[in-house]
Design a protein around this ligand. Structure first.
Ligand code: ATP
Length: 250
């Protein structure tokens, strides 16, 4: 395995990862705390620099990628800067920005998509409240709504169900299920798949910055995550245009 590498604070966190997400896949990135899952997600999207390897978004390096509306990113935490009160609706509506730039208009479609996304996460009644006042799980639901509002082709979600109650997890699973039926692609980090489990078509298990399993979703993660378990390495050449593609430099 030689591929994408990331060092943080002079410590190698990703040690060579070769990962291609194919259109329509629902990929779960699993692994212990500190195994590198969030780092992998951020590096895949070009949000942190790599010390080796290449990442491509729809066949384009992140620096040249212009079609950000295609990707809905749910980060692990909401960061609202400046101390300025921001409403839930404003955060969710910001998921439309990349799309508006592309279509050069703001209008009914944006408002409707925002309202739909708020309803999906059960936040319609609280849309005018400041996000700062929300609990961690509620903020996570707002981040999910922001990604949904953008109507992307590919969802990249870093622990979307962390701290989210079981009813909201089920709602997310049902929503993603509908989107997957429409052909959307999903890459998500999770500790507990919960209601998302039936949707997962492929599991990538990280261990200490390496991929130790890449293939069918493990029934029992503990067993399949062991090093030495059969590895299935996806081949970049098999895909038409891959939403997320990380190729090693030769
Ligand atoms: N900004 C940073 N500077 C230095 N080290 C970092 C930084 N961010 C993460 N790390 C280290 O990189 C390793 C991987 O972190 P990462 O957040 O990718 O793990 P993870 O698998 O997502 O963990 P978790 O399940 O706890 O979210 C950890 O050892 C962490 O301490």
């Amino acid at each position: 395995m030689i591929g994408g590498q990331v060092s943080l604070d002079r410590r190698q966190v990703l040690r060579g990862i070769d990962l291609t997400v194919k259109p329509g896949e629902v990929v779960a990135v699993l692994g212990a705390n500190g195994s590198g899952k969030s780092t992998l997600i951020r590096a895949l999207l070009g949000l942190i620099p790599m010390t080796g390897g290449t990442t491509l978004l729809y066949d384009t390096p992140p620096a040249r990628f212009r079609e950000w509306w295609k990707i809905g990113y749910v980060p692990q935490r909401l960061s609202v800067g400046g101390g300025v009160p921001t409403t839930i609706r404003e955060v969710v509506a910001s998921g439309r920005i990349a799309r508006q730039r592309r279509l050069r208009r703001t209008g009914a479609a944006d408002r409707e998509a925002t309202a739909r996304a708020l309803a999906v996460v059960g936040m319609t009644d609280r849309a005018s409240d400041p996000v700062q006042a929300l609990s961690g799980g509620q903020q996570q639901r707002v981040l999910i709504a922001r990604a949904l509002a953008g109507e992307p082709d590919t969802f990249v979600m870093d622990e979307p169900t962390a701290g989210v109650d079981s009813e909201s997890q089920q709602l997310l699973a049902d929503t993603l299920s509908g989107l997957v039926d429409q052909g959307k692609t999903v890459l998500l980090v999770a500790h507990e798949l919960g209601p998302l489990e039936p949707l997962i078509t492929r599991a990538v298990v990280l261990r200490d910055g390496f991929v130790c399993h890449d293939g069918p979703p493990p029934r029992a993660v503990g067993t399949h995550a062991l090093p030495g378990h059969d590895h299935v390495h996806p081949h970049c050449a098999e895909t038409p245009v891959s939403p997320l593609d990380w190729r090693p430099t030769s």
